[in-house]
Design a protein around this ligand. Structure first.
Ligand SMILES: [Zn+2]
Length: 599
């Protein structure tokens, strides 16, 4: 249970402050009529917390489900509750600057339309991406039609690509678990994810930034509005930045300080973030900006007003990440593994007493393990864990040793009855992995997952458990390949495109293949060479043409067409075109719908 003060209504007051209008109905559809966002589905959260939800998470859901256009301060507005993230609008001399255009073209367009219906038809004169996560750039085509400056932190594209392309398929499958977008909403179902309600499911795009923010203290004037930047690389995202509007006395905290404990590693998977650096940048934000702003807002949740409250809020957020970092290392250096440290680490009462330090999105438990992972990796140092059997092989042996499936299921029921749901889940997971055809075991495990979900303070844990139980009962929720749209592919550099192809090479199938292709890009004036040998596709930029088995003359767009199987149209060549077929023949398609709770 939470120690935060139940009768303190400050968060509700702040979440409602400046409300102008809500979208009614709060449903956004795509061109073909598909619902990509439905915030009205959360109307049930107006009621009291049922026994099937953690009171803290229910309260967070009530706050986050608020939806509409809000005035933050003179000249700054936010549209909240129309996607996982917020869109912030800053009025300039001739139009409006959009900070973070949500995930989908459709929700971004709806948010901008809501703003315009109350503030007039101001043209979008610039876009700012606070960082390289898809909920902060994916909807850009919903707000930008022509060419406008797009500002982003240095390293934005590299970060966007590595997080969304290289491991993108696995991450989006796991994100389906984490955000629960496919789950039914309701008191026993999805009630948000802590950071927002869920992810929209419209079309995702990316326009590369045109203005790179490369240093702290850099100032830019955009549409007549002065902005002073603070780079915060390695915090919530490898490329991220806070910034001050000195003339408006407003501070944008990107996603570095939100109204929950954030993730040091997200359950969808990510490179582990650095809690030490995160804390130090929050402290720098206090020293640089706190005396010069009357409101601090972020790209999730609601703003915080008044200088003393801003300092208090940022200080607690700083201490939260610093405490997690330092105390985990203290415990690690006493010989505790990540799993042990996660059980041992207690948060200080002063941090527990605030609402915004609670683990609705990140959790103390999985963040401690993330710190362990960052410093020491996957191995806990115990040789018994160095070379374990994979899950199915282990499960078969465990079930055999414990006397067969029925015996294990009976034992699991005992643990479940005694309230040890964690071990009940562990046992039943072995039965299911030993025999995925065991319907009774799957149903029993689904019931345990439901109970774990209903007790969880963390929204992403709740969603993971609920998706697990849903897929145990109904099979895999298939989803269309979400993250990589053609628009996004077109935003990549040639090197990134070749990287994306290289990770699809089926090694064993390519062991005996050897081929070289020169790619002469007419739009770039560059020749790149790719070589496939030893099952690896490597590439070099800026080579002198000649000597390859095949030379192709083409544009970047034609290259995307070629490797996505749309043929050779308009592409010039010298040499054996069959080489392309040999390359395509060794590429594997990723599996967008791989199994998680069954083998
Ligand atoms: Zn975000």
């Amino acid at each position: 249970m939470t120690d935060a003060p139940v009768d303190d209504r400050t968060d509700f007051d702040d979440a409602d402050r400046g409300w102008i209008a809500s979208l009614d109905p709060a449903i956004v559809t795509s061109d073909d009529g598909r619902v990509v966002w439905d915030n009205d589905a959360y109307a049930f959260l107006g009621g009291p917390c049922p026994p099937t939800a953690h009171p803290g998470l229910w309260r967070q859901g009530q706050l986050v489900a608020r939806q509409g256009l809000y005035r933050v301060t003179e000249g700054i507005y936010q549209v909240r509750g129309l996607d996982l993230s917020n869109m912030t609008l800053v009025e300039g001399r001739s139009g409006v600057i959009v900070i973070d255009p949500l995930i989908s073209t459709e929700t971004a367009a709806a948010a901008l339309a809501l703003y315009r219906s109350h503030r007039g038809h101001r043209p979008v004169t610039a876009v700012v991406y606070t960082h390289a996560h898809v909920d902060h750039f994916g909807g850009v085509h919903g707000v930008v039609t022509g060419e406008v400056p797009i500002l982003a932190p240095e390293g934005f594209m590299e970060s966007a690509v590595s997080e969304n392309i290289y491991a993108g398929v696995a991450m989006s499958r796991r994100a389906l678990y984490m955000y629960g977008s496919a789950l039914d909403k309701g008191p026993t179902g999805q009630i948000g994810c802590g950071l927002g309600m869920t992810t929209s499911t419209g079309s995702i795009g990316l326009i590369p930034p045109t203005v790179s923010i490369v240093r702290t203290g850099q100032e830019e004037t955009v549409d007549g509005v002065r902005i002073e930047f603070q780079l915060t690389p390695g915090t919530e995202c490898p490329a991220e930045m806070n910034f001050l509007f000195p003339d408006l006395r407003a501070l944008c905290l990107a996603e570095n300080a939100t109204h929950n404990l954030h993730n040091l590693v997200t359950l969808r998977g990510a490179v582990v973030r650095d809690a030490r650096v995160w804390a130090s940048y929050l402290d720098e934000a206090i020293t640089r900006f706190a005396g010069r702003c009357d409101v601090a807002f972020a790209s999730h949740h609601w703003p915080t007003w008044d200088p003393p409250r801003i300092v208090d809020y940022l200080s607690l957020q700083r201490d939260l990440y610093a405490y997690l970092h330092d105390q985990t290392l203290r415990l690690i250096n006493q010989g505790h593994t990540g799993i042990e440290a996660a059980e041992l680490l207690e948060m200080p009462p002063a941090l527990d007493a605030a609402w915004h330090t609670h683990g609705y999105y990140g959790s103390v438990s999985h963040n401690v393990k993330a710190v362990y992972q960052r410093y020491l990796g996957w191995f806990d140092g115990n040789p018994a864990n160095l070379w374990q059997h994979p899950p199915v092989e282990r499960a078969l042996r465990y079930v055999e040793c414990m006397g067969g499936a029925d015996e294990v299921m009976g034992k699991a029921e005992d643990y479940q009855r005694r309230g040890d749901l964690r071990f009940a889940a562990d046992l039943l997971d072995r039965v299911v992995f030993a025999d995925p055809g065991n319907g009774r075991a799957k149903e029993q495990l689904a019931g345990v997952y439901d109970q774990l979900a209903h007790g969880s303070e963390n929204g992403t844990w709740r969603n993971f458990y609920l998706m697990g139980s849903h897929e145990l009962r109904h099979g895999i929720v298939t989803s269309p390949p979400a993250t990589v749209s053609p628009q996004m592919l077109r935003a990549l550099s040639v090197g990134q495109l070749f990287d994306a192809i290289a990770i699809r090479v089926n090694g064993p199938r390519a062991w005996d293949e050897e081929l070289t292709i020169d790619w002469e890009f007419t739009d770039l004036g560059q020749v790149h060479r790719t070589t496939l040998r030893n099952g690896v596709l490597t590439h070099r930029a800026d080579v002198a043409a000649g000597g390859a088995e095949l030379e192709l003359t083409l544009t970047t767009a034609q290259m995307i067409d070629l490797v996505t199987g749309r043929g050779f149209e308009g592409i010039g060549h010298r040499g054996d075109l069959g080489v392309v077929g040999r390359l395509l023949a060794v590429l594997d398609a990723p599996d967008h719908n791989f199994a998680i709770v069954t083998p």
